[in-house]
Design a protein around this ligand. Structure first.
Ligand code: ZN
Length: 158
């Protein structure tokens, strides 16, 4: 049921759920959301990316964080050391996103993968290449420019 149709029928933008029949309010206004996050504590990560480096933070307790974090949730400390990750590893899983979030609706369906880098750190990133998962598939991490003009990293089969 369309929102206009629902308003005519129900008197409100209420569209009963197809399966359960439970009433659901569909707001007539679309919500656009833009957020601002502080990255002050991990700005070295962005500086590294610009230089072609993939940087992570390592806590004194041994935990490694990628994407980097300033604070360690295990020992509650903020004494992090910056380490450079190896940009190669093994692809562990892969999925193709057909139903894209609104913020990526201007992209064709894309693949996302998780790889375990050779230094043991797992990385989640877009996967460029034929989306077929082969056991032991080696991948490298490439730093690329997104359509929007900023840098990001992608997994690419070797
Ligand atoms: Zn820690």
């Amino acid at each position: 049921m369309e929102i206009k149709e629902a308003i005519e029928k129900m008197g409100f933008p209420i569209i009963p759920d197809e399966k359960s029949g439970a009433w659901q309010w569909f707001d007539v206004r679309e919500l656009k959301l833009r957020y601002i996050l502080s990255v002050e504590g991990i700005k070295k990560f962005y500086e590294g990316l610009k230089e072609g480096k993939l940087l992570a933070t390592k806590c004194k307790c041994g935990r490694i964080f990628f994407p980097p974090q300033k604070d360690c949730p295990s020992c509650k400390k903020s004494e992090m050391e910056w380490i450079e990750l190896k940009k190669e590893g093994v692809l562990e899983t892969l999925t193709v996103i057909h139903v894209r979030p609104t913020s990526f609706s201007h992209y064709d369906p894309y693949a996302v993968g998780i790889a375990k880098l050779d230094d043991g750190v797992r990385i989640l990133a877009w996967y460029r290449g034929e989306p077929k998962l082969k056991p032991g598939q080696r991948v490298k991490v490439e730093i690329v420019k997104r359509k929007e003009g900023y840098l990001t990293y992608e997994l690419v089969p070797i």
